[in-house]
Design a protein around this ligand. Structure first.
Ligand code: HEM
Length: 194
């Protein structure tokens, strides 16, 4: 039979495991890396499909894949905002200054904004232009937008321009993470490791 000391040590170690405030929770970590993977796929697909000749027999297929990944990213962003609101972000190590904290948080916030921006403008461009699509060829994505060429054109311009903000923010986010991993060698990067 375990002694009362062993039992209290076990309870205490379980408490430490469940209340690990130095890392994001598992749901946030899964959503983060899944979103990163999908972004990593949808950007080159977007560039490749728009460079294809209009006569290409596979152009439409790539558009559907790009759009399907895009709306999946939007669903993940919504899920992430809910999970984030219901849980606490881990605190930064004491070595992080106020300016650094504000910069990192601003880049993260703008990443959420640009992901929604890209998904909404892409959706408006497609649906207002009369190019509804099936999510990964499975079922039609709901169509809430009337046909409107001017709206489709505006959304297309905003979507194509938005890519530069995507590149800038991903680069800033990535370089920040690498700075902490390689130069600072603090625990910031580990907060999001699986
Ligand atoms: C975060 C998500 C997304 C990212 C990062 C993204 C990125 C891109 C990129 C880089 C391009 C190529 C732009 C160029 O011509 O240089 C593109 C084009 C396009 N994307 Fe997205 N996209 C996203 C979501 C979506 C969604 C959700 C849809 C539709 C439901 C969509 C529909 C389109 C369309 C129709 C084009 C062609 C634009 C045009 O030439 O008019 N995208 N996207």
């Amino acid at each position: 039979m375990p002694s009362s000391f062993q039992m209290s040590a076990q309870v205490s170690s379980e408490k430490n495991w469940t209340a690990d405030t130095s890392r994001y929770n598992r749901a946030m970590i899964v959503i983060h890396w899944l979103t990163a993977l999908l972004m990593f796929c949808t950007i080159p697909i977007g560039l490749m499909m728009t460079a294809m000749p209009r006569t290409s027999p596979v152009r439409e297929t790539w558009f559907t894949i790009h759009k399907s990944i895009g709306v999946t990213i939007l669903a993940l962003v919504i899920l992430r905002v809910i999970v984030r609101a219901l849980s606490r972000a881990p605190s930064y190590p004491g070595t992080i200054g106020r300016l650094e904290n504000v910069t990192a948080s601003s880049v993260q916030f703008l990443l959420y904004v640009i992901m929604v921006w890209m998904c909404v403008t892409g959706y408006l461009n497609s649906l207002a232009g009369g190019h509804g699509f099936d999510w990964f060829f499975l079922f039609p994505v709901p169509d809430f937008v009337p046909r409107n060429r001017a709206l489709a054109h505006l959304a297309s311009t905003l979507h194509v321009a938005g890519q530069w903000a995507v590149y800038t923010l991903i680069a800033a986010h990535f370089l920040g993470a690498m700075f902490h991993l390689v130069a600072r060698r603090d625990r910031v990067f580990h907060r999001m490791l699986p």
